[in-house]
Each structure stands twice: as C-alpha cells, then as structure tokens.
Design a protein around this ligand. Structure first.
Ligand code: PLP
Length: 400
C-alpha cells in the first residue's frame, strides 16, 4: 500500500536541494560563527549570507532578522519580549493590553495566558463563521494601554486569511504619541504569525505594515529547528533567553547554521514559483473537495468558502480543507484513514495528541460536536492529481 501524506500544514519534507546546501555545514564548515579563527569565519559567512537572502525576500534590513529555534520560540519572543521591554513597573502600574484573536496558534494563546497571570490584559478578538476577525472590533479595543496587536496571517486549522493590511492601517491611524501612555510613536506594535502564509502569500513586511513577524522553516520544505522573528529596528525587545550575545543580544545560543542555511535555500525555492504552485495546488484541492462531496453529500466545509478560481482577495489558503463529517469522530476518522495509508489531522500537530477537537471550529461558533467531528486535509508540493484520485478511492471506504 502506497502511503499518501496530506498533512503539509503540520510539516513538509525537506527539499533535496535544501539538504544539499545544508550538508557541508555539518561535516566541513562546522565552526562556531562566534569563533575568531577561519572555521568560525566560514560559519559566520554562511550565517550572514542566509540572513541577507531572507532579509531581501521579506523586504527588511539585514539586522532585523533574528534566528530562533522554531516559530513557537519566535512567537514567545515577540510577545514576552515586547512586555519585558516595557519600562520598569509599567506592567504593575498600568496593566498593558495585548490584542490577539481567539484562533491563534497555541504558541500565542498559551503565552498570552502566562502573560495574563503576570498582570497583562489580553483581548481575544472573536472571528466570524469564516474565521476572520472584525476590523471594527480591533478598532474599538485599541486603547492607551495597548502595547501590542498580534494577529496570525493564515490560520493553521481552517486556512482563513486575516486582512492584515487593513488591520495595519487601523493600528497606524491610532498610533500617535498622545494615544499611548508610553508617549512613543511606535506603540502599539503589530506582530503577525505568518508561519502558514509564507508558502503561498507575499510576506513583504512593508506591504503588510507589520513590525514583527514569525516564520518557520519546516513549513516551507526546509529543515526543522529553524525559525525567524523579524523585528523592525525601532521596536524595543528584551531577550527571553539569556546568555551570549548572539543575534544582537536578543537570542542567546549558538545559531543552528545548517538549518539556517537550509531555511534560506527553502525560501528562495518557494519564491521562485509561488503563484504557479498556489494555483496548481488550489486546483487539486478544489478537485478533492468536489470528490468528497460526491462521496459524502452531508460533509461540510469549516472556514471560508473555496469560491471558485482565485478570488481577490483570497480568503483561504489554497492547500487547505477542513471538513465536518457529521456523525464521524475526528479521532476515528484519522485512524481509519491511516489504516488506508492516508495521513490527515484534526488541526494543530502541537495539540493533536491531547485533543482531537478543533478549538478553531468552536471559535467559528459551531457546536462542540462539529468541532470533534472534523478533519484537516492539507496538500503540498509533492501532491499530484493521481494521488488525489487515489485518496478519493480510499476515502470512499471510510466516509461513505
Ligand atoms: N504558528 C502557526 C500558525 C503554526 O501552524 C505553527 C506550527 O504548526 C507554529 C506557529 C509553530 O511553528 P514551529 O513548529 O516552528 O514551532
């Protein structure tokens, strides 16, 4: 039985060209980029070269890229780092506010919960049935204590895309020194978790109007163990890991050179044919969805409609389906599909072992039952039409 992977939102296979550029940094150029000798200089050149490639791709400055070990760490650094960078006693005197959404990744939501325990107020913006925030709610929740707005670009369960540019305009309008207790032109800062978006959508930070952005290598056919936090140079940020002075003193610890070199290469490869690949995958995804509805007409889509050819602006990631199969528990479906050789999931890989009900589907206003009877299917670069036909044949046995 040939196994078919349809969980590319959880992780992607490392591209062979990426593996190739990484290999010498394990075996030949293994120096520490902090060392003064030639081995160190070779590693530093690779680090600088990768930083340059990534900065150019995102339209940011060389010094604005901070390498981390994952996007989870980048998200933690963005939120905790902004709070820790506030003036002394600000948290206890003024209860700073963070505005985020109810459908963020766990690395944002759990971090917010910890910050709440430390005296930060967190506003979780609700979303509509398509998984999109209401911009009016963002506007009405901005106040003089708001120090950070953190909104994901694309959701990891249902693929909904947030109107970041419009959110950035609202934040920029509000951003006047007299509107902030800190009398600083730059508050509130705007952070986005663009982990799922990077593969398919332009993540140029000036175009989006964001000050901070988290990214992950493993979602774009790069290796695991590499993340990035873009940080606009005007944003005060305190380290959350202390030690050496790597990454301009913001993230201590020797940089993972092979993974960083791989991340830069993976990003170059993604950008080469981003639009073409997005439309290829969108077509396959739509073909799959139509096929599923033929097999099981009671199935329903969670999140934004697919809305035909490329809608503008696109509301859903082109590779994402999240489907409610009434009467079929997610957990049972995942196991039944796996026995047929099909790898799917219920949502985030970070929580799937403990919960097989999608909190995102719940946040759309649907019942707990629907949240626990839905699965996520995400397509990727290796997915072919032949594979999708095989998937439909296998699915017939499980969901008919
Ligand atoms: N943010 C989103 C939207 C994600 O989908 C993920 C991973 O699933 C993460 C953050 C965490 O990324 P990493 O696995 O690099 O920590």
């Amino acid at each position: 039985m040939k196994k078919i992977y349809l969980d590319y939102a959880a992780s992607t296979p490392t591209h062979k060209d990426v593996l190739k550029v990484m290999e010498p940094y394990f075996s030949t150029y293994y120096g520490n980029p902090g060392s003064l000798h030639s081995f160190g200089q070779e590693a530093l050149a690779a680090l600088d070269g990768s930083r340059e490639i990534i900065a150019e791709a995102l339209g940011v400055q060389f010094g604005e890229i901070i390498f981390t070990g994952s996007a989870t760490e980048a998200n933690n650094l963005a939120l905790r780092g902004v709070i820790a960078g506030l003036p002394k006693d600000f948290v206890s005197h003024y209860k700073p506010r963070i505005i985020t959404s109810s459908i963020e990744h766990e690395s944002i939501l759990e971090t917010c919960r910890v910050l709440e325990d430390l005296g930060v107020e967190v506003v979780y913006l609700p979303v509509d049935t398509s998984g999109v925030i209401k911009l009016s709610a963002l506007r009405s929740n901005l106040n003089e204590r708001t120090v950070l707005v953190s909104l994901m670009y694309a959701n990891n369960h249902i693929g909904s895309i947030q109107p970041l540019q419009k959110a950035a305009e609202i934040i920029a309008e509000f951003r006047k020194p007299q509107h902030s207790l800190l009398h600083n032109l730059h508050y509130p800062f705007f952070h986005t978790d663009a982990v799922q978006a990077l593969q398919f959508i332009d993540c140029n930070t000036t175009y989006l109007g964001v000050d901070l952005m988290s990214l992950s290598s493993q979602k774009i056919y790069g290796p695991k163990g590499a993340g990035i936090l873009y940080r606009n140079k005007n944003i005060p940020l305190s380290p959350i890991i202390t030690g050496g002075s790597q990454e301009k003193g913001i993230r201590a610890g020797t940089e993972n050179i092979p993974a960083i070199v791989g991340f830069a290469k993976a990003l170059q490869l993604i950008l080469k044919n981003q639009e073409r690949e997005a439309s290829r995958i969108r077509e396959l995804r739509d073909f799959l969805y139509k096929g599923i509805l033929k097999i099981q007409p009671k199935a329903q889509l969670n999140g934004p409609e697919l809305s035909g050819r490329k809608p503008s602006p696109e509301l859903r990631l082109p590779n994402n389906l999240h489907i409610y199969f009434p009467g079929k528990k997610s957990q049972d479906l995942i196991i039944a599909f796996d026995l047929q050789g099909l790898a799917v999931s219920s949502g985030s890989a970070c929580s799937v072992r403990t919960a097989t009900s999608s909190y995102v589907v719940g946040a759309l206003g649907f019942s707990e039952e629907r949240a626990a009877q839905s699965i996520r299917i995400t397509l990727g670069r290796p997915t072919t039409r032949q594979e999708i036909s095989a998937v439909l044949a296998q699915m017939r046995r499980v969901v008919k």
